[in-house]
Design a protein around this ligand. Structure first.
Ligand code: BES
Ligand code: MN
Ligand code: ZN
Length: 496
């Protein structure tokens, strides 16, 4: 799909399969709609008079044109009261537009946005969101179904912002949005793939593929033997029960100057989490194929920043493993030694995410990072606390926490900061090791973060618990979050 800027003064003169025009509250036509109405003998005003649409936000109405006219269809989109146009309204309008375009058989559409400009609605931001949403609408899961669901099939969308903005500004916003949307789709697809396809080895091959396609990206895969030699006993205790070998994936993007400190992203890549010997109940266990969505968001973010050619350095680390029970699996009560030297008592083999992450976080030290951000479907407790709307955010640095919060806010990919107070640390003390891997029934998302905090004292660090935000259960699908938040954060660091 192509999406680009175009300057048009008369909406009715442009040849298009579908002209998309705003209608405001109380049946008030936008200029584009008035223009199309006049050119089609009052078709629009008649329809509104008949009560087909009021102009409330999110409403759509498709009108088909008879005869030999350049505009074949008119999609009217309700935009509500002009005084109430803000980013939130803008997102609803964009969603309605794409719903309407997807619903008809047009190959191309021409969208008129100029009148949506307001103090509280930034048009370039809206264009970026349109680019992102259009790219996301082209995605459908295909890999293992004979008849994939229909996706947005339109080949071209032109966007008209009239005199308000330069075509160059509109184009670059659309393009940025599209690059972000493509990255989000990468994360969605990895999350949707079943555990028998998306194995640790599969993630490693994705990393190699990405490096082959981009000269500024290099990749290195550590095998279990190398991890053992390094001393990653915690990570290896998770893969001990699986016949799929764990992979530690390192990808290095050098878009900035050689002496610039890198931003390090660390993704939890549990390609299936059965709980191990502390086996999970059967209901919804299939959903634990999503337990690599942290890793998926790292891949998606890399895709986006590679497309944008951001002038910064980024290191991506993915700790990939299955978590399965077997005769060789780690047992509750086992004590393992992490790469940091700290010993860990594995009280519950289902708290495996922190076990793979802690070794990756220690490994991250060697890059002398500007900041380290880990992303993980870490705890069911985070879903209880925040549901699906917010990612749980933890950090040992206020400025980093604020930058991430703001990035999420501006991209509608929100995170909410949670406490890492010292008082919680007591819950993961144990007489038999330096740390226990679970901290009792209270504050499960916080004690998981406290566990990670013990491995991240040497740098600025943030942890994103995406257990609730990374997918939806009805319909079952990976959301691609928090690729938008992470990409925005890195764009901000790069000054884009
Ligand atoms: N991958 C799960 C967390 C999870 C649960 C993600 C539900 C998405 C939805 C994680 O490995 C896990 O099992 N955590 C346990 C921790 C507990 C044993 C302390 C949990 O949340 O129950
Ligand atoms: Mn688990
Ligand atoms: Zn897990």
């Amino acid at each position: 799909m192509e999406i680009f800027a175009r300057k048009i003064t008369d909406a009715d003169k442009q040849t298009t399969g579908c002209a998309v025009a705003p209608v405001f509250a109380r049946k008030t036509l936008s200029r584009a709609a008035r223009n199309l109405d006049k050119a089609n003998g009052g078709l629009i005003s008649n329809a509104l008079k008949n009560g087909e649409m009021a102009g409330d936000i999110g409403e759509i109405l498709m009108l088909h044109i008879h005869g030999d006219k350049p505009v074949r269809r008119i999609l009217l989109v309700g935009c509500g009261k002009p005084a109430k146009l803000d980013a939130n309204a803008g997102r609803k309008i964009v969603a309605a537009m794409l719903r309407g375009i997807k619903g008809c058989k047009t190959r191309d559409a021409s969208v008129h946005l100029e009148e949506l400009h307001s103090d509280k609605l930034d048009l370039p931001e809206l264009c970026e969101f349109l680019g992102r949403s259009a790219a996301m609408a082209t995605y459908t899961y295909r890999e293992t179904v004979s008849k994939p669901k229909r996706a947005l099939a339109v080949a071209r969308i032109s966007v008209n912002c009239g005199e308000v903005l330069s075509a160059r500004k509109v184009s670059s916003a659309l393009k940025r949005g599209q690059q972000l949307g493509d990255g989000i789709n990468v994360a969605r697809n990895l999350g949707n793939l079943p555990g028998n396809i998306c194995t640790p080895g599969y993630l490693a091959s994705e990393a190699r593929k990405l490096a082959k396609a981009h000269s500024k990206l290099t990749t290195r895969i550590l095998e279990e033997k190398q991890m053992r030699e390094l001393g990653m006993g915690s990570l290896l205790s998770v893969s001990a029960g699986s016949s799929q070998p764990a992979k530690f994936i390192q990808m290095q993007y050098k878009g900035g100057k050689a002496n610039q400190k890198p931003y390090v992203l660390v993704g939890k890549g549990i390609t299936f989490d059965s709980g191990g010997i502390s086996l999970k109940p059967g209901a919804k266990m299939d959903e634990m194929k999503y337990d690599m969505c942290g890793a998926a968001s790292v891949f998606g973010t890399l895709h986006a920043i590679l497309a944008m050619k951001l002038p910064i350095n980024v290191v991506a680390l993915v700790a990939a493993s299955e978590n399965l029970p077997s005769g060789t699996a780690t047992k509750p009560g086992d004590v393992v030694k992490s790469l940091s030297g700290q010993t860990i008592e594995v009280l519950n083999t289902d708290a495996e995410g922190r076990l793979v992450l802690c070794d990756a976080l220690t490994y991250a030290e060697r890059f002398k990072p500007a900041a380290v951000i880990d992303i993980a479907t870490l705890t069911g407790a985070c879903v209880v606390a925040l549901g699906a709307h917010a990612t749980g955010l933890y950090s040992n640095n206020d400025k980093l926490a604020e930058q991430l919060t703001r990035a999420g806010e501006s991209m509608y990919d929100r995170a909410w900061r949670m406490p890492l107070w010292d008082e919680y640390q007591k819950q993961i003390d144990t007489p038999f090791a330096d740390i226990a891997n679970v901290g009792g029934p209270g504050a499960g998302s916080i004690t998981a973060a406290c566990f990670l905090a013990r491995f991240t004292k040497k740098y600025h660090w943030a942890h994103l618990d995406i257990a609730g935000s990374a997918w939806t259960s009805a319909p079952k699908a990976a959301t691609g979050r928090p690729v938008a938040l992470l990409t925005r954060y890195l764009m901000d660091r790069a000054g884009v």
